[in-house]
Ligand binder design. Structure first.
Ligand code: 4NP
Length: 149
């Protein structure tokens, strides 16, 4: 799960998807394309939105996306079109490129809809983002379980 800062959207996406998958079969992680928040806990507003849904993401720590992630992970979901461009620019081959998807394309195929960045927005932006990610992660989890579990 990849966003810009790895403190708002992708930590929620990591926590939500991990909660829907059997822990012994899947590894879910998140990262930011930027380096500002390496080692930081998720934004307090993301932690609070997760807590509203009985999900604890407070132990996550920010990390920056790195090219070895293309080999470590089988699926790379980016939150928006800007993240997509940044991650695609780091790919070295078509196998890497094929792993990268705009996450909401799993819900709205080929529409390239962004998960909006709530960082500078309204407080309820985090709840809206939570709802979008919860909906799409249901689809992703069903797909991954059918294919791999
Ligand atoms: P995120 O939101 O990409 O959803 O984690 C952001 C968090 C921090 C910054 C940008 C986006 N920032 O510029 O520090």
């Amino acid at each position: 799960m990849v966003c810009l800062g790895n403190i708002c959207r992708s930590p929620l996406a990591e926590g939500i998807l991990a909660s829907k998958l059997p822990k012994n079969k899947f590894t879910v992680a998140s990262a930011g394309t930027g380096s500002w928040h390496i080692g930081h806990a998720p934004d307090a507003r993301s932690i609070a939105a997760a807590k509203n849904h009985n999900l604890d993401i407070s132990n996550q720590r920010g990390r920056q996306f790195k090219t070895t992630d293309f080999d470590t992970y089988d699926y790379i979901y980016v939150m928006d079109n800007s993240n997509y461009t940044d991650v695609i620019n780091l790919t070295e081959n078509t196998a890497h490129k094929d792993k990268v998807q705009i996450i909401l394309n799993e819900l709205y195929p080929n529409e390239n809809v962004d998960v909006p960045d709530p960082y500078f927005g309204m407080t309820n932006g985090f709840e809206i983002v939570y709802g979008m990610l919860d909906e799409v992660c249901d689809i992703i989890a069903d797909k991954l379980i059918a294919k791999h579990a």
